[in-house]
Design a protein around this ligand. Sequence first.
Ligand SMILES: Nc1ncnc2c1ncn2[C@@H]1O[C@H](COP(=O)(O)OP(=O)(O)OP(=O)(O)O)[C@@H](O)[C@H]1O
Length: 582
Amino acid sequence: MTSLPVAEPARTRRAALRLIRLDGRAFAVMILLNALAAAAGLAGPWLLGRIIDEVKSGAGVAAVDRLALALLVFALVRLLLSRYASYVGHRFGERTLARIREQFTERALALPVSAVERAGTGDLITRGTTDVAAVGVTLRDAGPEVLIAAVQALFILGAVFVLDPLLGACGLLGLIGIWFASRWYLRRAVTAYLAEGAANSALAEELAATTGGARTVEALRLEHRRLRSCHDAVEECRRTRLHTLFLRSVLFPIVDVSYSVPVVAVLLVGGTLMMRDPSAVTLGTVVAAALYLRQLSQPLDTILEQLERLQGSTASFARVEGLALAPRSAPSEAPPVPADDRLEVAGVRYAYDGGPDVLHGVDLSIRPGERLAIVGPSGAGKTTLGRLLAGMDAPRTGSVTVGGVPVTGLDPDRLRERVILVTQEHHVFLGTVGDNLRIAAPEATDAELRAALAAVGADWVGELPDGLGTDLGHGAHRPDGAQAQQLALARVVLADPHTLILDEATALLDPSTARHTERALAAVLEGRTVVAIAHRLQTAHDADRVAVMQDGRLTELGTHDSLVAADGTYAALWHTWHGVKE
Ligand SMILES: Nc1ncnc2c1ncn2[C@@H]1O[C@H](COP(=O)(O)OP(=O)(O)OP(=O)(O)O)[C@@H](O)[C@H]1O
């Protein structure tokens, strides 16, 4: 399985800056308001210092009252400013998250089917849900909180330096412990938390597999083996959790002690200075500086707490942004128009994900209106050729063209009008019956939808409470396998392609469903070019021509009768199958 790309750090940074620029005004207002709130917060300790000095110098109650009132006013101003700042910040976060979601949906829809198939839909879903949500939380909470805390910490340190540069230097020196401890921690935390997350996922997977397959486990007496693997998974969870706990148990005590160090240093140095020369520094200044440094623990705590989250969501954002690096399916400018409906395969070689070639130079010309069956042993390359014919993948070398134009060069709408691959997977989308059908023909009228449903024998739609307007899916009408297939085939009728690539759509169905589908299919095939990847030789017998594939090569091509007469591989297959039938 090949994962979808992940953006490298420089690209992730550029994308983040682009998002900020798109809502630059709100971002600037948020920063400004936070800075003002932080500045208002600085008044508290300074005013307290002033009160102490006023009391010491014997000033009256009125002076102290004035300072106390100012203290109250600044506290109120700070509260209002920071409230408004977080309101602006949250709005900025939600708008940006909406932008990321829209961009993600756009990019996901532009991905070629082959890229999603190779990465597994799980990867795309995790990026679209867990990763986008993690980025959202960061944008709304962690990001602004860290910014606010950083501004506050800077202002507080600045204030101590303004009060007295020597006391400021003492405060700064006291913080060195935090700097080293957090660097030590952050270097190890990412891997440790990733390992813990992976161990949790593995345990969940083990438990789900054991409970989901309980009957099989019981029938095959696998209890001991399952218990052992669950036990191993639990043990790994414990081990990784203990490691992250150890990291925290080192960091937090050091940080807690380090918060007190600058305060103690300021009190010691300030006290010594005062005793030596009372005019050098006042008691109020020393107390204010100590209070400031005490206040510093709050923003620093926030920064440390959120840094981890920021690291996690940076990884998430790199995965979300990585989608931009995936190949896009639709060609952008002036898509070419096919001259006619002839499908040509010329010198096609194909390899999955840089592996060995599984098609080794296939040439095939399919006439409009013809029915061609492709047969061959399992792994011969029939499905791969079918996917290339339907434009779901491009050949490594050689070409697959319709009317002279490469099928992968057609835009999706035009390709849908030309070639459609019909497989056994029939997805029913959330929405009404009409919505499910209009995917293939957005402009179709209700009458056209009904005609398509009638063509595939989907009479059941007429009996639904709201007909075409009936909701399908959870909590609404849930179509069974046969009905889902009829909807898929009605979509094909509506798209009206001239060529159908049929991956033996009925081969894996139960007999009653298969009967229904075969009737519907016969109606759909009428008047079209059909390339059937045949698992049953009856399909080959009924076709105009049969192509035999072996080991990625087209080894025989001709009518059923001529191939039987030629007495080659097809004849042998036919006789074996016929023999088995009789
Ligand atoms: N997604 C994939 N990744 C890597 N190799 C693949 C993939 N799908 C098919 N192959 C390989 O390509 C070769 C051709 O497979 P393909 O499915 O086209 O054969 P097939 O004739 O359709 O077989 P079957 O009748 O079993 O469906 C096989 O060797 C198969 O293992």
